[in-house]
Design a protein around this ligand. Structure first.
Ligand SMILES: Cc1ncc(COP(=O)(O)O)c(C=O)c1O
Length: 394
């Protein structure tokens, strides 16, 4: 993707390509006619690809939302948080108990959403520290949990959880596994079927470089059965707009229960076509190349990374500011160098910055952005050693 001198290196929303922007400028169409059903079918099929599910046809009236593996994809009007809320509100009853380990802001948000709809055991690890899998296993051994939920890729701290190992523990103890994959799906390997994940959520504006305000959920057959059973028993949490039963009724017809975000859906379908052309594997590899370059460059320059080594994310890197530097550096980077990275949240505000390596960001943009970051640190009196930036991204 082309960039015009502005280096936009934030962990979402990311830059949208021309095909996506142009698709969103399509003139109005009705929500219920064949024109939009075609869009939905294309979007569903693209989502199945991004979620790494078995393929479906992008043609309408072909059950584009489902496939051989039994998963269904459901498009949600709203950002990723809305989609997480939809899963949690429909999947659990107020008396259910779920386990939510966290090591950053978005995991904590998963726990807080759960608190609205069921009982939660929230195990809070320090931000950026790995989960203690032995502790999680001991919890599940107690036999009282309905599900374990994680934020797979913790964007606030740049740590990726070992989903495969957690999935194995969940399977051993027969506990449902649900993931916020908002900054992992499309940017790194995610295997819903292999991990037997009941539900995975993604947001358009992150690794798939779609527009903000639309998200999607992949649910397996067990999840659908449980949601339907809870609904039949009249034991559901209060919800209306986010009623999954209503969404499931409309899926076979390439439809949504309420007026869909028509133009956003068109833009996202176009962005997913770009992903298909690049392929998941090549995109995962590019994101990894970008992130490992940032990690090795800034480590060589003497900076500290927040996340535990071995689990550092390939879609976002959290880098501690050296002594004496704060977010004024970020403002200068934007104003003087036309380069954007993002700051930290909550108690780490002003203590670090985060570099996104997701979506369609080309390697040249990251290399150029890193050179400008170094120049801007030097403006702030750091006197960093000369380094060959390109060599970190080979
Ligand atoms: C991992 C993760 N989960 C959840 C969210 C919230 O998503 P949204 O802002 O799309 O509601 C974000 C946003 O940055 C995120 O990175």
């Amino acid at each position: 993707m082309a960039y015009n001198d502005d280096c936009f290196l934030v962990p979402g929303p990311v830059r949208m390509n021309d095909a996506c922007l142009q698709a969103m400028a399509t003139p109005v169409m009705t929500a219920r006619g064949p024109e939009f059903r075609k869009v939905m079918a294309e979007l569903n099929s693209g989502l199945r690809y991004a979620f790494n599910l078995s393929p479906s046809s992008p043609e309408m009236k072909t059950q584009s939302w489902t496939g051989e593996d039994g998963y269904k994809v459901v498009v949600v009007t709203g950002s990723g948080t809305a989609a997480m809320e939809m899963v949690i509100a429909n999947r659990f009853r107020q008396n259910d108990l779920v386990l939510v380990p966290t090591n950053g802001k978005f995991g904590e948000r998963v726990a807080h959403i759960c608190e609205q709809f069921c009982n939660v055991k929230h195990i809070k690890y320090d931000w950026g520290r790995s989960f203690d899998l032995y502790e999680l296993e001991q919890q599940l051994e107690r036999g009282c949990y309905e599900a374990l939920l994680i934020c797979h890729n913790e964007t606030s701290t740049g740590i990726t959880q070992d989903a495969e190992a957690i999935a194995e523990i969940c399977e051993r103890y027969n506990v449902s596994f649900i993931l916020d994959g908002i900054t992992s799906v499309g940017g790194m390997p995610v295997h819903p079927a292999k991990w037997k994940a009941e539900a995975v959520v993604m947001g358009a504006q992150k690794c798939t470089a779609g527009p903000s305000g639309i998200a999607a959920i992949a649910v397996n057959e067990h999840c659908v059965e449980r949601m339907k059973a809870i609904n039949l028993q009249n034991d559901t949490n209060p919800r209306y707009y986010f009623d999954m039963i209503a969404a499931l009724k409309n899926g076979d017809d390439d439809q949504t229960p309420w007026t869909p975000a028509i133009n956003l859906a068109m833009g996202w379908a176009a962005a997913l076509n770009t992903l298909k052309e690049e392929t998941n594997e090549v995109r995962w590899e590019r994101c990894k190349r970008l992130a490992s370059g940032v990690r090795s460059l800034f480590t060589e320059l003497g900076f500290m990374l927040l996340a535990d080594s071995g689990q550092q994310s390939n879609t976002v890197t959290a880098i501690m500011y050296p002594e004496g530097i704060n977010d004024e550096w970020r403002s200068a980077l934007k104003d003087k160098y036309n380069t954007q990275v993002i700051g930290a949240q909550d108690h780490l505000k002003g203590a670090m910055f985060r570099v996104g390596s997701m979506g369609e960001t080309p390697v040249e943009e990251m290399v150029e952005g890193c050179k400008r970051m170094i120049a801007c640190f030097n403006d702030f009196g750091m006197n960093l050693p000369e380094v060959d930036v390109e060599s970190h991204f080979l």
